[in-house]
Structures are given as C-alpha cells and as structure tokens.
Ligand binder design. Structure first.
Ligand code: G
Ligand code: MN
Length: 490
C-alpha cells in the first residue's frame, strides 16, 4: 500500500515532468513557426506566412465588388547583397530594415506586404483605378531606391519591379507569382526599373528556354559521340594598309578574327548575336569558348606551314565570364605546349565590361596572359565605360573602334570627333587602333584621312569559311588589293 502510494506519487511527478517537456516542445515549435513566418531583419511576414494567407487573399479577391489586383515583386540590386560581406556587418541589416519599413508605410490598410526572399519583397495591391496603380508603382520605386543613410554615409539602392494583374494574367497565386517573376526578369535584363507582364514575355521566355535546350544539346552531342559539330569557325580579315601614292593605298598585311557560327538543325546558320548573349547568361559560354579554342588549335594544326599559318595572325573573342570564371590561362597554356597554337600570333579580344567587373583579379590574369605572349585587344571600344586613361592600367596593345561609331561616318560630326580623338590618343599611348564595321569606300577614305591604317568590315570581306579564307589570301598574294584613299570630288 505504502509502496503503492509512493509509486503513484512518482507517477504523478513523471507525468507532470512529461507535461512540462511537451509544453516546452510546443512553445519552441510555435516560436519556430513564428520565426519562420516573420523575417528576422524586417519583421515582415515571410513566404511561409504568404502560403498560409493565400486562401484568404484569393477569397477576398474573388468577391464580386473587387475590380482588379496587382501582384508586385520588388527585387533589390545585387549591391545590397554585397554589403553582407563588407566589414560593417550591421550595414546590410540596416538597409534591409529601412527598406522594409518604407514599404510598410506605403501599404494601405487591408493590402499585403511580404518579405519573400532576402532581396525580394512582394506587394498585393488593390488599386482604385489604373491611374492610382501607376502612381502607387512610381511611389514604391521612388521610396525603395532613395538612398539609405548609414551613419554619415549614404547607401544607394537599386531595385527592379515586375508586376502581374489579377484576374487578367491568372486566377491562381502560382500563376500570378510566376508571371510577376517573369516580368521582373525582363525588367532586370533590360535594365528597366519595372515591367508589367504581357503574353509576349512568356513567348520570349519559352523561346529562350528552347534555344537554351538546343544549345545544350549541340554542346553535348559532340563529334566524339558520332555527331558532327553544329558549330563552325569563320574568319574575318583585319587588314593593314600602306601608302602607295597620294590617292592610293595597298593592302599590306592580313590578320583574321575568328568568329563562331551555329548551324542550327532547324533554324539554319545562326550569327553569334543570336545565341552568344544566352550562352553568356547561362554559363554555356564556358564549354563553348573552350571548344572554340580547341577547334582553332585544330585549324592551326591542319594549316601548318601553309600561308594560313605563316603569314596570318589571328584574334579570338574572349567573353567576360570566360575571363572571370574559367581555367582560361591553363587551357591556353596547354594548347601552346601541345598544339600548333602560337601565343604571339593569337590576339585575345576582350570587351570593356571584362575589365571592370573584378579589376584587380582581371589585371593579374591579363598580366599572366600577356607574359605567356598573347597580345590583348580591346573590342567594341567606346561602348562601355572605359576612358583611355584607365585602359592604361591593363596590358592592352590594340583598340578596336566599335562599328557603331564607324557606321555614320563621315556625316555624323560627333562620331567623327570620337573616332578622331580615339585614334590620336590611342596612337599617343602606343596602341594599334583598328576600325571595325567598315562597309563603304567613304568610310575608308575618312578613316584613312584621319590616320587610321587598320580596317575590318564588309568592305574588305565578310567572315569567311576556312577554304574561302585560303582563296582570299591566295588572291591577295597574287593580285594585291588597292584602295582609293582620296576622295577626288573633295
Ligand atoms: O563584338 P565583335 O566586334 O567581335 O562583333 C563582330 C561582329 O560584327 C561579327 O558578328 C561580324 O559578323 C560583324 N561584322 C563584321 N564586320 C561587319 C560590318 O562591316 N558591318 C556589320 N554590320 N557587321 C559586321
Ligand atoms: Mn571582336
């Protein structure tokens, strides 16, 4: 009996203990749930909360008196993410908190605001009219992107906004979010502050994904697996002129730029402009770029000892991604050691955007490539942000004046001035300057008149296949090539 009471008491204690433990777990669970539903930094409801609210939101939207609703996805610029890694660890949280707070102040009663991902906010807005929607949208962007004060310094915030409309663009939240997201992607891609979803965006995205799949298949289905490559190298002459008489110049030297073409199984021959941007965005440029170097080495191997090897120097385009995230130096090192590829005769053409993404790292890589013997050229010069003075920091030996400045010569006086000053300063800095996209005799005469002796463009030659290049070189060898360089009417 006595024993019994004692064990009853023990049991009661045990049960009580268990109860406490269960309560504790429950408390922790609800704490966890609460934390999952509320962003730690902005205190705004999260994606998890959105998931729970969806039914209520849609129910209220489908009520008869409602007109239309806007789903807005706002993404802060990558520079905010970079703040995370800065020495001031509180800065990131402060900026996020401030922006969340500003948005909250803007959202009217009964509408919704979520902090769905670290840099993404979602607003569900019920406008009274399309006019009030436009005003609200502008206000959101204005408030989000006005600088945030941090102590004594200012943080600039960039943002993009994508918007879809209920019920026009969809009746389920999944559909509306997907479309707001697609619109946001378009805004980001085109560097626009906002984009409203339209069916063309979906078509564009579908085409893009189809092209991506085709590109992937073309890269995977390599010749080693029995198929023949869908990619092909073309060569566009870059020439140097020398004086022959007062009114004539002759072609003195031919170089060639290696260009890629894609023999698409359904679409036919595609120019690089139609697929290289996608390859660059998706990272497929890395395998494609590597293929191009190896293929060019095979071209050199094939042409050992003949005029295509002996008398010509080549240039190859290198994309920004290849420069920052690939084993470019190793690949080139291997090719120089093991193939007919000659560093001194292979110029690497870079665009200006290559130089400024990670300037220190890039400079080191470029120095290394230069030491290996590769001449470096700055392609599309004038379209980016570089000035001739900061180019000085990089081991560049050639400038290519972008075709957009050549196109309107000699009529456009602004382009004339740009070309003239590029030529003068380039020469003063010891750089070789070449004009690309030269299509007419008048453009050639103007350029020659300004002291430009290097030319590339349809006037000289379109990009050629290997055998066409051979014929071109043989023909020049035989006949030479003369150019009128003085406009007789002038
Ligand atoms: O970015 P980059 O400068 O490397 O691009 C060269 C591109 O310009 C190639 O696709 C080439 O076919 C094209 N191109 C070459 N010469 C001319 C020309 O004279 N006119 C035009 N419109 N395009 C050219
Ligand atoms: Mn180029």
């Amino acid at each position: 009996m006595f024993h019994n009471t004692e064990s009853e008491e023990e049991l009661r204690e045990q049960v009580q203990g268990l109860e406490q433990e269960i309560l504790q777990v429950l408390r922790e669970n609800s704490d966890l749930k609460r934390r999952l539903r509320q962003n730690r930094i902005s205190s705004l409801p999260t994606r998890d909360q959105l998931q729970e609210d969806l039914d209520d939101i849609l129910y209220s939207w489908t009520h008869p008196h409602q007109t239309f609703q806007a789903v807005m996805l706002i993404r802060l610029g990558q520079e905010i993410d970079e703040l995370k890694n800065s020495i001031d660890t509180a800065a990131y949280e402060w900026v996020i908190y401030q922006i969340g707070h500003r948005l909250q102040e803007l959202i009217p009663e009964g509408m919704y605001l979520y902090h769905v991902r670290s840099l993404d906010f979602l607003v569900m807005y019920q406008p009274e009219s399309s006019h009030s929607l436009r005003t609200f949208l502008a206000l959101v962007l204005e408030r989000v992107t006005s600088p945030v004060l941090m102590g004594s310094s200012l943080q600039i915030v960039r943002a993009s906004l994508g918007m879809s409309l209920f019920p026009r663009d969809g009746r389920t939240m999944t559909e509306l979010l997907l479309k707001a997201n697609l619109a946001l992607g378009q805004a980001q891609k085109n560097a626009k502050p906002f984009k409203i979803y339209s069916p063309e965006i979906l078509v564009k995205e579908k085409n893009r994904q189809a092209l991506y799949q085709d590109l992937l298949k073309a890269l995977v289905g390599s010749p080693e697996e029995g198929g023949s490559s869908q990619f092909e190298l073309y060569y566009q002459p870059k020439i140097k002129l020398s004086n022959l008489s007062e009114s004539k110049a002759r072609l003195a030297k031919i170089d060639a730029e290696v260009l890629i073409r894609w023999n698409h199984p359904q679409k036919g021959l595609l120019f690089p402009g139609t697929f290289l941007p996608l390859a660059e965005e998706t990272g497929l440029i890395l395998p494609l770029g590597k293929w191009l170097f190896y293929e060019f080495a095979r071209f050199q191997e094939r042409n050992k000892g003949n005029p295509l090897e002996n008398s010509l120097a080549y240039s190859i385009n290198v994309s920004p991604k290849q420069l920052t995230s690939s084993d470019l130096a190793e690949v080139l090192q291997n090719l120089v050691a093991q193939s007919a590829l000659s560093a001194a005769k292979t110029t690497l053409e870079l665009t200006e955007s290559c130089l400024y993404e990670e300037p220190e790292r890039t400079r080191q890589l470029l120095d290394k490539l230069k030491t290996m013997g590769f001449p470096l050229s700055l392609d599309d010069f004038g379209t980016g942000y570089s000035s001739l003075t900061n180019i000085h920091q990089f081991p560049i030996s050639e400038l290519k004046i972008d075709q957009s400045f050549v196109r309107n010569l000699p009529g456009n006086s602004q382009d004339l001035a740009i070309v003239q000053s590029t030529l003068m300063m380039g020469k003063a800095m010891g750089l070789s300057v070449i004009a690309e996209g030269v299509e007419t005799q008048a453009q050639l005469q103007t350029l020659w008149g300004m002291g430009c002796d290097r030319i590339q463009g349809y006037l000289i030659s379109h990009p050629l296949t290997e055998s066409e290049l051979k014929s071109f070189v043989e023909r020049i060898h035989f006949q030479g090539m003369l150019f009128e360089v003085r406009n007789n009417e002038a």
